[in-house]
Design a protein around this ligand. Structure first.
Ligand SMILES: Cc1cc2nc3c(=O)[nH]c(=O)nc-3n(C[C@H](O)[C@H](O)[C@H](O)COP(=O)(O)OP(=O)(O)OC[C@H]3O[C@@H](n4cnc5c(N)ncnc54)[C@H](O)[C@@H]3O)c2cc1C
Ligand code: SF4
Length: 551
């Protein structure tokens, strides 16, 4: 048993990391394994596998583990000229507020980006009115780190199964999860149409892996923490390995409220509230913020100071801008026989035939389509919009069809628009008295067109698979999301980006940002594989800078 290291806030550690989620967990593990002292400030509590429950209402409606709109409220508006208000249905930006962040309750689809994702702007040209841009890195630079995610965090899948896969240096460490009824039907329908379905890569152990057991197919996966420790969340993978170094302290219920600068303009530490709302300053030689695409820009904007009156590291004025979510659209299909989709993981088959933008379609965008169980029974009963029956005999037949139902879901692009943003609400504060997030968001018409296009393809696949009934979910303008991307984008030019290609802010030499906020384009859904690959890569570079005393 390793005794976990504790530091005093007054002790200057090498790194303080804000956030212990998908990215923060990787950063903490990599920096502590490289020999540095690390304190991770995490606002949420630390739960164990035994604490997770199968309670749809608590986890999906009552913010059981997610940011609670009562204590951590946000406002929303579509238009930058409009007045933002609290949404009746809760927060716009949703994430798990516990150690391990949203890697605890995510669905665990783990797609790599393809080569073109990183330089699509050069291939397709500018898109008027958008911030569509190339990344400052290429797929080849990230490939070793994608492989590291697969082998260190744990991803199951079948290399070479998709003809559209980008090059890879190693196969997956585990075989794919067993195919579900939804996967079999999806595959049947897709093949009839000449498409190329393949086993979904998932950050879930399909066999015992690095001391964790394999998935026990409990069926409460999307939106729930894993009681079997089979889901490869940071809580079960990166965090214990960081602590095992004896150099990393994970400090839960520690809410970072400000990054502080010294008189030379260098970060000197992070001010935070502890469980009793006492304020401390954790001193550090360098700061890495991995608080996600919503909270990272909020922390910087709330850290405004004399040197940076518009927000820390915000000389470009772009902190919080270019928020992206990933559009998407579902189709619900009913078959003759029982599928019993309530068991096991959400997704076992996907296809990437429509991933690339095709100029013949007349709009930018593309994505992947997967076969999934869809919502659990209570949420299925509450789902509305599109063609879904809501009343009377049709509604009853929809409820009765649950065991014979599945979903086919498209996941697609969101264009980067400067007007889509995370900013600070001028009035609203959270329960700690800290200014709240204000979200401004309106989908680009091409994002909606892509979602509709993929929905049409899902309908065709389900019909080809023999569905008796197909209902379309609504394709709506998004008022929030769980893929929180792009709000501190990376780039070579300090005038048009917040961080450089090593995740160092252009303005503060010892302040790094690494999470979904670093994205330049949205990919096609399922961003977390790339978030973690970026984190492994960032940690390598940050360690190198620290060893050379360049921080
Ligand atoms: C229901 C659901 C399903 C999903 N399914 C998928 C999927 O299938 N595939 C996929 O790729 N992605 C999926 N996602 C998205 C995925 O979970 C996120 O992309 C990923 O977790 C983001 O990683 P991150 O490190 O940027 O942030 P997070 O994982 O959100 O971690 C940020 C952490 O920082 C903490 N924090 C924030 N602010 C502060 C502060 N001020 N002080 C201290 N701590 C702070 C938060 O509490 C949190 O623990 C899903 C998300 C949800 C909610
Ligand atoms: S389905 Fe498998 S991975 Fe998902 S929560 Fe249950 S045991 Fe964990």
């Amino acid at each position: 048993m390793v005794s976990v290291r504790r530091y005093q806030p007054s002790e200057t550690v090498d790194f303080v990391v804000v956030g212990s989620g998908a990215s923060g967990g990787v950063i903490a593990r990599e920096l502590s394994q490289a020999g540095f002292s690390v304190v991770v400030l995490e606002q949420g509590p630390r739960l164990t596998a035994r604490d997770f429950e199968h309670d749809e209402l608590k986890y999906w409606v009552l913010s059981g583990i997610t940011n609670d709109p009562v204590t951590s409220p946000q406002t929303f508006r579509k238009d930058p000229a409009g007045t933002a208000a609290r949404r009746p249905t809760g927060n716009s930006l949703v994430y798990a507020r516990i150690v391990g962040g949203s890697s605890n309750h995510f669905t665990a689809n783990y797609w790599r980006f393809r080569e073109r994702d990183f330089h699509e702007r050069s291939v397709l040209g500018a898109i008027a009115g958008t911030g569509f841009a190339d990344w400052p890195i290429r797929y080849a630079e990230l490939e070793p780190y994608y492989t590291k995610v697969e082998w260190q965090v744990g991803v199951s899948g079948l290399a070479g199964a998709s003809p559209f896969d980008p090059p890879r240096s190693k196969p997956y460490p585990m075989p794919p999860l067993p195919v579900k009824s939804s996967g079999v039907l999806f595959e049947r329908g897709a093949r009839k149409l000449g498409l190329h379905p393949f086993p979904a890569p998932m950050a879930i152990a399909s066999q015992p892996f690095r001391g964790r057991q394999a998935c026990v197919h409990c069926g409460f996966c999307m939106g729930f923490g894993c009681e079997a420790m089979a889901k490869s969340s940071a809580l079960y993978t990166m965090i214990p390995e960081a602590e095992a170094t004896g150099r990393c302290e994970i400090r839960p219920e520690s809410y970072a409220i400000r990054v502080e600068l010294d008189p030379r303009g260098r970060a000197k530490g992070v001010a935070y509230f502890d469980r009793e709302r006492r304020e401390h300053l954790q001193k550090a030689r360098a700061v890495v913020v991995s608080a996600n695409g919503g909270e990272t820009p909020r922390l910087l904007l709330n850290s405004a100071c004399g040197r940076f009156p518009g927000g820390l590291a915000n000389s470009s004025g772009l902190v919080g801008k270019y928020l992206m979510f990933n559009q998407g659209a579902a189709v619900h299909a009913v078959f003759e026989h029982e599928l019993n989709e309530y068991k096991s993981v959400q997704v076992t088959r996907i296809l990437h035939d429509f991933y690339d933008t095709d100029p013949k379609r007349g709009f930018y965008g593309g994505g992947g389509i997967d076969a999934r169980m869809g919502p659990q029974p209570a949420l299925w009963a509450l789902a509305s919009g599109g063609d879904l029956p809501r009343w009377g005999a049709d509604y009853k037949s929809r409820l009765e069809a649950f065991p014979r139902s599945m979903a086919s879901t498209g996941h697609c692009t969101s264009l980067a628009l400067e007007t889509n943003s995370v900013s600070i609400d001028p009035v609203l504060k959270d329960a700690w008295g800290i200014p709240a997030i204000r979200v401004t968001y309106k989908d680009h018409p091409d994002d909606l067109a892509t979602a509709r296009f993929l929905q049409d393809r899902s309908v065709e696949i389900m019909q080809a698979a023999g569905a008796l009934q197909v209902w379309r979910g609504a394709v709506r303008e998004q008022t929030g999301g769980v893929h929180l991307l792009g709000t501190c984008r990376m780039g070579d030019d300090p005038a048009t980006s917040v961080i450089d290609k090593y995740h160092r802010t252009h303005d503060v030499p010892n302040l790094f940002l690494c999470d979904g906020s670093s994205f330049v384009t949205s990919g096609r859904g399922q961003p977390t594989m790339t978030i973690q690959a970026l984190a492994f890569r960032a940690a390598d570079h940050i360690s190198r800078f620290a060893r050379r005393h360049e921080i």
